[in-house]
Design a protein around this ligand. Sequence first.
Ligand code: FES
Ligand code: FES
Length: 154
Amino acid sequence: MMKIAINGKEQVIDFEPDTPLLWVIRDELKLKGTKFGCGKGLCGACTVHLNGNPIRACITPVSAVENQNITTIEGIGSEETPHPLQASWVEFNVPQCGYCQSGQLMSASALLANNASPTDADIDAAMSGNACRCGTYPRIKAAIHHAADNLKNS
Ligand code: FES
Ligand code: FES
């Protein structure tokens, strides 16, 4: 048995230590917003936060996050109270198929939490591990700048 805090709620789980965190999030806790893409740490679809920093849940053994704080896309905002990035994503019509977008938002939200005024280069660096087969990169960048401006003016 081990404990993890997911989206602020303590969970007691019983898994082999090398089970990928992504399996626990999706199959045990039924938080389906975090996606499985490559399973090899290469695409970013499974991005969640570990103590506020983006990690790839597909290659993170659950034992590595014992007694720590994990945040998934379900934990950063909701339809009623969206994260400023989620509001910006809607405003800029960012998603196409949408599959990569929760991972994109998790990387973007970690970026803005650490850097209120990211440059294009900062965004490129922070988002470089998140692939989008639909090529929504220009809209992602514009939406991040817009959300950063909104946060500064709020
Ligand atoms: S599914 Fe985890 S990085 Fe691709
Ligand atoms: S919106 Fe389709 S993969 Fe990114």
